[in-house]
Design a protein around this ligand. Structure first.
Ligand SMILES: Nc1ncnc2c1ncn2[C@@H]1O[C@H](COP(=O)(O)OP(=O)(O)OP(=O)(O)O)[C@@H](O)[C@H]1O
Length: 340
């Protein structure tokens, strides 16, 4: 069953459609991450679902019920925004228990729930701490506990880990995923950070100018970006025009193998960096090595072919050629994607 359904939702500011007839389903217990560049409409999407922004057209359903005219506080959704807006004058317990008191939960009940939630987010016994004295990561956890406290049927996160440094972010993403799985929470998150989206989501939705450019599991979107826009947004830049005939494509880089069944004619092809194989000069496309960048478990190598755009390759540590060296490049069919 769909926990959330958007049906042709459009929001205009003046002439411009910031959301343009968006259809989206989020199943119960599913975590969907909406990803896209700045200004693509991600926050507006959350605001419409929360009831903070009225759509100019289309409808929002929560658990099958049309939310037209339903005010924010009656929608049963939890919100955690970018700047997490904790109440600075209240302590941690005052923040986490806020929504429970709004629902007139008794004092003992509130205390019990607050303690359980703080355990859950990894801040046991933090009730009396002042929020101003917490680190960014701790504040984020308090904001999460506060959003979860009223047991929302849908939890919405806007750039949930935006402010945090990378190490903490990676740890929290893993913890959040496990937490949502354990609680069975349905989550709609928006982020401009693809790493975060891919790590957190069961399904990724990529937006462009108020429309959905692609929707799929992280693996599907990563392996088969649907368009040049999505491919470039994911950081893939080895893209070139190609003329396909049979299982080969002619490009300015020379011949690139394409999957059997690819329709003939002119298109764009992407070669993922893992499919750019380096060999000796004279084998394949001659290229000069422009630079190499250490990336932890591999080295990214930039190559300049004699013609056409630069190429990125990945090499194992210790196997990357020196800058200014000459190499020959071959393309691996398994890493070639034909873009529509
Ligand atoms: N109240 C408003 N009035 C006019 N324009 C608005 C309003 N709210 C948002 N916009 C515009 O709508 C577009 C989409 O905004 P939105 O905040 O949804 O994008 P976003 O994808 O969340 O971007 P970011 O990643 O930067 O937060 C932007 O161009 C923004 O300037």
């Amino acid at each position: 069953m769909s926990m959330l359904r958007l049906d042709g939702v459009t929001v205009r500011f003046g002439e411009r459609a910031v959301l343009d007839a968006v259809d989206l389903d989020v199943a119960e217990h599913e975590t969907v991450c909406v990803l896209g560049p700045s200004g693509s409409g991600k926050s507006t999407l959350l605001r419409v679902v929360a009831g903070l922004q009225r759509p100019d057209a289309g409808r929002v359903f929560l658990a099958g019920e049309d939310q037209g005219g339903v005010p924010v506080h009656k929608r049963g959704v939890g919100l955690m925004f970018q700047d997490h807006q904790l109440f600075p004058q209240r302590d941690v317990a005052g923040n986490v228990g806020f929504g429970l008191r709004m629902r007139r939960a008794g004092r003992a009940e509130t205390e019990r729930r607050v303690a359980a939630l703080l355990d859950l987010v990894g801040l046991p016994n933090a009730q009396r701490r002042a929020v101003a004295a917490l680190s960014g990561g701790e504040q984020q956890r308090v904001a999460l506990a506060r959003a979860l406290a009223p047991e929302p049927r849908l939890l919405m996160l806007d750039e949930p880990l935006g402010q945090l440094d990378r190490g903490l972010r990676e740890r929290l993403v893993a913890e959040l995923r496990e937490l949502f799985r354990r609680l069975g929470t349905t989550v709609l998150a928006v982020t401009h950070d693809q790493g975060e989206a891919f790590a957190l989501a069961d399904r990724v939705v990529v937006m462009r100018d108020g429309r959905i450019a692609q929707s799929g599991t992280p693996l599907e979107v990563w392996q088969r970006p649907a368009s040049e826009f999505v491919a470039r947004f994911l950081g893939f830049d080895n893209i070139v025009e190609a003329t396909v005939s049979g299982e080969r494509a002619d490009t300015v880089w020379g011949r690139v193998p394409v999957p059997a069944g690819t329709p003939g004619g002119v298109c764009r092809v992407l070669v993922r960096p893992a499919g750019v194989r380096l060999g000796a000069v004279g084998e394949g496309v001659p290229c000069g090595v422009v630079s190499r960048t250490f990336r932890g478990d591999h080295v990214a190598v930039r190559l300049r072919p004699d013609a056409g755009p630069e190429l990125e390759a990945v090499c194992r540590l210790g196997e990357a050629p020196e800058p200014a060296a000459r190499v020959g490049v071959r393309f691996d069919a398994a890493e070639v994607v034909v873009l529509r």
